[in-house]
Design a protein around this ligand. Structure first.
Ligand code: PEP
Ligand code: MG
Length: 481
């Protein structure tokens, strides 16, 4: 099978900003499409996206990528065989010829690489996750869901920390997702009771974005809900500390502090709320922060340290940091590097260093759900797909449910016919759930009795926000008249 046609489109992402979609068609008439996400809180060394730089769309259009694909790429790749991702990506990388993809653009390359990968899987009549697993010789495993419950930073107004997440212990997608659903909606009710209608705001990843709250209030609410849902869960943070670091100082919740004090704050949160992991705890340019991390390298830490902006899905960066064993987990985002081949190399480098792999969406997403197949196919320990709110995030939750349902059906069929299933057997870390219904909301569940109808959970006890000075909400901004 070969490439017959490559059709690029300028479409909009979840923030309504232009992005690139490529539809690739084979000579058998099958088509696959891939659309590229965009970050807001980016690492300094991410591969560079190509954008028009001129109106319309405030210069953010990607019509230049359409030109590149139509005039430079298509003439070279029509008739090119499928099923050779490494060679295909290698040619794209060589055509670009730069270290950071600034010539053709990481968005141009990723749209082509993704469409080629998906079309190859389709031609092989394999689900994408299976094709990826076979390509990488990995064992598929359900990832843990790092679900964004409350957002801040560059994704939402209000809080300085970018993401307050829960990580259900259950790796059964349906149990984990029902837990996330219950926590999300209960926290929303708590927030609505405490802060009024702003609790209905959501950030770029669907996380709740109440105004006038604090980290301690959010963490307290999450920790009080633990143990009361279908699955127990851990609490995880993505500080995305680049976004509140300026001139050598972290400006967080009315304090201006240095790395050592910020680390102390994390420790306090950990002792009160038991934090599982913190992503990008310091700014990538902060030497003091990096020294703190180096001092703890290869040791058991109070919480896992996860790298995103530090490592930007680059094998070179991962090797550089991991020779010192600095990170316990590495975030993988294909658009940080520009091709799937390089994404797979980054995953191998992270795994070889002993770090856990967490595949991630971007804050500006599309309806493409390939990262779910990627996470499952390469056996990532985790995946970040935001909140079960906003269509582009829900699309990814739904893909996970679809994979689970298909595998369950295959297993039942195989058990019925006493035949082994085809393709790599999924390795389930949890037994299949015995019940898929949402848990009863316990009578001592904290939260506000704000319910628009009688069939939704009725949290009874009033949630008590913590009284520590750190928990005091930020002063509301005043308008100068
Ligand atoms: C993140 O920092 O993990 C993230 C998803 O944000 P963005 O896409 O804005 O970089
Ligand atoms: Mg991050």
């Amino acid at each position: 099978m070969t490439i017959k046609k490559i059709t690029p489109y300028q479409i909009l992402d979840s923030r309504g900003e232009p992005t690139l979609q490529v539809v690739m068609t084979s000579d058998s008439g099958k088509s696959a499409s891939f659309s590229v996400p965009t970050g807001a809180s980016k690492g300094k060394f991410e591969a560079i996206e190509k954008r028009d730089g001129d109106a319309p769309f405030g210069g953010k259009g990607v019509l230049i990528c359409l030109d590149i694909i139509n005039n430079v790429i298509s003439p070279k790749f029509i008739g090119y065989p499928l099923d050779q991702l490494q060679d295909f990506d290698g040619l794209l990388i060589a055509l670009d010829g730069t270290k950071n993809k600034e010539n053709l653009g990481s968005n141009t390359l990723l749209a082509l690489s993704g469409a080629y990968l998906k079309l190859s899987a389709l031609e092989n009549e394999k689900p994408l996750w299976q094709y990826i697993a076979e390509l990488n010789k990995t064992s598929p495993e359900y990832p843990k869901l790092f679900a964004n419950i409350v957002g801040g930073g560059k994704h939402a107004p209000g809080l300085d920390i970018q993401e307050y997440m829960i990580v259900p212990e259950s790796t059964s997608p349906s149990v984990a997702i029902s837990t996330i659903y219950d926590v999300y909606h209960t926290v929303q009710k708590i927030m609505k009771n405490l802060y009024g209608p702003s609790a209905m705001l959501v950030g770029d990843e669907g996380g709740l974005a109440p105004l006038g709250t604090s980290s301690e209030v959010i963490l307290e609410a999450l920790s009080q809900l633990n143990g009361k849902m279908a699955s127990n869960f851990d609490i995880a943070l993505d500080s995305a500390a680049n976004s509140f670091y300026k001139d050598g100082v972290y400006n967080i919740e009315n304090q201006s502090i240095h790395a050592a004090e910020l680390y102390k704050l994390y420790q306090e949160w950990n002792s009160k709320f038991n934090i599982f992991s913190i992503e990008d705890p310091f700014a990538e340019t902060d030497i003091e922060g990096l020294e703190i991390l180096k001092g703890m390298a290869n040791q058991e830490k109070p919480f896992l340290i996860i790298a995103d902006d530090y490592t930007v899905t680059s094998k070179i960066k991962i090797d550089e940091f991991q020779k010192d064993g600095i990170f316990d987990g590495i975030i993988i985002k294909p658009n940080q590097v520009g091709t799937f081949t390089e994404t797979f190399e980054a995953i191998s480098a992270a795994k070889a260093s002993g770090a856990e792999v967490v595949v991630s969406h971007r804050s500006g997403e599309t309806s493409d759900s390939s990262i779910v197949d990627l996470a499952y196919g390469i056996g990532a320990i985790g995946i970040k797909i935001g909140s079960p709110a906003r269509g582009e995030r829900v699309e990814k939750y739904n893909r996970l449910l679809e994979i689970e349902a298909d595998l369950d059906a295959n297993q039942k069929k195989a058990a019925g016919s006493q035949q082994a299933p085809t393709g790599p057997a999924p390795i389930l870390r949890d037994p299949a759930p015995t019940s898929q219904s949402a848990p009863p909301v316990s009578q001592d569940m904290p939260g506000a009795p704000v319910s628009s109808n009688n069939s939704s959970p009725q949290p009874v006890a009033q949630f008590q926000p913590p009284t520590s000075p750190l928990a005091q909400p930020k002063a509301a901004p005043t308008l100068a008249i």
